[in-house]
Design a protein around this ligand. Structure first.
Ligand code: ADQ
Length: 447
């Protein structure tokens, strides 16, 4: 059996499987004697030129360190100050410096050199996400002939946003070295086709095969899911925490996101403010818990979003709070999965309102965590990849505060039978298209 080699920016270290991706790939890695390669999380001036092995998992794990300069240029720079804003439709938030592209390409070349030494000709290599676009090109240059696939977890930019990259043509050249490029949603495949046509003269042989930069590339849509069964089980046995119950018995609305400008957190705060302003009857009857651990704090755009959201939450509490009721609790800390599952289950409304998002797993986790007899309501942005398959949610435009506030009011009003019908349809999709389905269908297509 050919080995599966997974390469991602971060290597899952820690003892417990840290997320759906690990759970999904664990079996394939274990049964094929496979390897997971990724960044160790350590930034050190003496990053070794060889991969380091981490025993103790069901599969082999190999890591690399980054030097401070590589971390600055490859990770914070090209990946998160150029590609991330461009792929999320925010080119005005890019910071383009020539050393970012240099560092990004150099780190990918270094990973390719370290990885090539470990490879066998019949391995299948599965590269994850936007940090590693050039990896296949560097592996090919070293003579690697194995099958190489890429999966993009975030959305793909249309031609207008792609043109804001310092190197739009080169992006397509990098991608042309993969055998299969996987996207989250039809929307992303469409954007890829159009951008590749306009910016790199790509010729679609059919909707799923492209002649790109002199090579034939296959592309497809593989919407990622969650580890639905275990999430449902965790939520069902989560203790109903009394500490979470508000003094006024208010129904909870929950948002769970990394603190990122793509997630639409200020928009959701403004819609909530409008709701409380327009419908005083809801005062003390609804309370909003927003959990948002900060990420990428070294990047300026993330400092700005933190200030903006803290300011808005403070203003809403100042304006509406009573002695018994705090309208918003804004918590900057990650929670263990079982705690999160219990919080989702207690929440009458799950608020997922990104301005742009590859998929958004919180939408799926929220649905899986509900009590099917008395489920809560999902309010979902039409700009999340999840909206392509989760049409039974209350799908909204996150830029329109009136529409979002109306959806919150509607979710508070909905009868139990309406909520059950809506939830049953959503749950079917979450269970049928879980993370194991995602990895199986991708790897089958890769061959
Ligand atoms: P992210 O942008 O990180 O992922 P998302 O899909 O929402 O976004 O996944 C976040 C994960 O982190 C969820 O599993 C969530 O439970 C967890 N999480 C968030 N806040 C947490 C907290 N405070 N405590 C604990 N856990 C927390 C990228 C893309 C997405 C795509 C995923 C997977 O941007 O669009 O869905 O990859 O492909």
């Amino acid at each position: 059996m050919s080995r599966l080699i997974v390469v991602s920016n971060r290597l899952p270290l820690g003892d417990a499987p840290s997320g759906g991706l690990v759970v999904a790939l664990q079996d394939a890695l274990k049964s094929s004697g496979g390897v997971w390669v990724g960044f160790s999380g350590e930034v050190t001036p003496d990053a070794e030129p060889a991969l380091r092995s981490h025993p103790g998992a069901a599969f082999q794990r190999l890591s690399f360190d980054l030097t401070p300069d590589e971390h600055e240029t490859y990770y914070l720079g090209y990946s998160n100050s150029i590609l991330w804003p461009v792929c999320h439709g925010r080119p005005s938030l890019t910071r383009i410096l020539p050393e970012y592209l240099d560092g990004y390409d150099r780190v990918n070349a270094r990973i390719a050199r370290m990885l090539a030494r470990e490879l066998r000709p019949d391995d299948r290599i599965w590269v994850q996400d936007y940090h590693l676009f050039p990896l296949a090109a560097h592996l090919r240059a070293l003579g690697v002939t194995a099958r190489i696939g890429h999966f993009l977890h975030i959305s793909f930019p249309g031609p207008g946003d792609c043109a804001a990259l310092p190197n739009p043509g080169q992006l397509f050249d990098w991608l042309s070295h993969y055998d299969l490029i996987g996207f989250q949603a039809e929307r992303d495949l469409g954007a890829f086709a159009e951008s590749a046509r306009q910016l790199a003269g790509a010729d679609p042989a059919d909707p799923r095969h492209f002649d790109l930069c002199g090579r034939r590339v296959r592309a497809g849509v593989f919407p990622i899911g969650i580890d639905a069964d275990s999430f449902m089980a965790e939520a069902a046995c989560a203790p109903d925490s009394d500490r979470m119950r508000s003094l006024t018995g208010a129904k909870m609305m929950i948002g769970v996101d990394r603190l990122d400008y793509s997630k639409g957190i200020p928009q959701r705060f403004r819609a909530y403010q409008l709701l409380l302003d327009k419908i005083p009857d809801l005062h003390e009857k609804i309370s909003f818990l927003q959990i948002a651990p900060p990420t990428r704090g070294e990047v300026e755009a993330y400092q700005t979003i933190r200030e903006e959201t803290e300011h808005l939450a403070g203003r809403i509490n100042g304006q509406f709070a009573t002695l018994n009721w705090t309208p918003i609790r804004f918590i900057h800390r990650p929670f263990p999965r079982p705690v999160l599952a219990g919080l989702y289950r207690q929440a009458r409304i799950g608020l997922v309102t990104p301005l742009a998002d590859g998929m958004n797993l919180v939408a799926k986790e929220y649905v899986a965590a509900q009590d099917p007899q008395d489920p809560g309501v999902l309010i979902l942005s039409r700009f999340a990849g999840a909206a392509e398959t989760m049409q039974q949610a209350l799908v909204i435009n996150p830029h329109d505060p009136t529409e979002m506030a109306a959806a919150m009011a509607e979710a508070m009003r909905m009868s139990k039978s309406e909520r059950r019908d809506q939830h049953a349809a959503l749950l079917r999709d979450v269970v049928d298209h879980d993370v194991a389905w995602w990895s199986d269908s991708y790897l089958k297509t890769l061959g």
